[in-house]
Write a protein that binds this ligand. Structure first.
Ligand code: NDP
Length: 255
């Protein structure tokens, strides 16, 4: 079994650095695919209210035989629910079949709607009463993070942002580092497109005896990012998490 390190949030909650994303996995296929991921050693699942597949995630965890506290589950507040996150989380908990999520995120700040500060205050209450062990945000830019810091009492445990070798997000990563916010990288493989056919990556993969996807995922791990690549292919599901027994050199990280 793969030995995935944990990252500790400022509130003491620990998250496995490597997880499994379920965006665009059809609801009916979710339980089976998540089960493959759990069998391959993944212990962290990233879903969202908007993905429509929380039931399948909950079913897979229950059927896996693992204890609930052995699997870290993240879900995200739908953009239409900034006015009532507490009721929205209750609905998620029912779909997931659990009484607590490990991490609850505001999926997008939606500044035109201008309710994300109010939504954050509701998340603070959900964290205080234990329905969410930790709370965070997603797709927040620096001004949105500054506003939360100025107007509310808590710092998000994470900010989940698009991040991969073609979008390295230096400014946000620096802000996160200065403020104790962990960086979660969505679309860590840049959606598996032509990035994985870049000459530089193909050459590196050959030198390490790995696949281009493994090189990219190892780059994330060494940067300290929390990652959860998605795959509906059992062989890739196993391949992706198998990145804890080699190390990229500083020169290859920079390249
Ligand atoms: P990823 O970067 O994880 O790429 C997924 C794509 O790459 C799929 O098409 C998959 O194909 C392919 N792939 C996976 N592994 C390999 C491999 N080893 N070799 C070649 N191709 C591969 O993209 P996602 O957008 O799915 O991002 C991952 C997760 O991030 C999501 O599932 C979700 O949890 C989260 N996310 C969050 C967002 C947010 O707004 N907060 C936005 C987008 C994503 P196949 O399935 O056919 O194997």
């Amino acid at each position: 079994m793969v030995d995935v390190p944990n990252i500790r949030f400022t509130n003491g909650v620990e998250i496995p650095q490597f997880g499994f994303g379920v965006f665009q996995i059809p609801p009916r296929e979710t339980a089976g695919i998540v089960r493959s991921a759990l069998d391959a050693g993944y212990r962290h699942i990233d879903t969202a209210q908007g993905y429509g597949n929380e039931e399948g995630v909950g079913q897979a965890v229950r059927e896996s035989g693992l204890a609930r506290d052995e699997v870290f589950i993240t879900t995200k507040l739908d953009n239409s629910r900034h006015g009532d996150p507490e009721a929205a989380l209750e609905e998620s908990l029912k779909r997931l079949g659990t009484d607590q999520v490990d991490l609850f995120l505001i999926h997008w700040p939606r500044p035109a709607q201008d309710r994300y500060v109010e939504a954050w205050r509701a998340l603070e209450r959900l964290a205080a009463d234990g329905r969410a062990r930790a709370i965070g945000v997603s797709n927040f830019q620096v001004p949105h993070l500054r506003r939360l810091a100025d107007e509310t009492g808590t710092v998000p445990a994470v900010n989940q942002i698009e991040l991969h070798p073609r979008l390295v997000q230096r400014e946000l990563r620096e802000y996160h580092r200065e403020h104790g916010i962990e960086t979660e990288a969505w679309s860590p493989l840049a959606k598996g497109g032509d990035l994985l056919r870049e000459r530089l990556l193909l050459d590196m993969a050959e030198r390490y005896g790995r696949t281009p996807a493994q090189v990219v995922l190892r780059w994330h791990v060494q940067l300290g990012n929390i990652v959860f690549p998605k795959s509906a292919t059992p062989q890739r599901i196993r391949e992706n998490i198998d990145v804890f027994d080699f190390e990229l050199t500083a020169a290859d990280m920079a390249a």
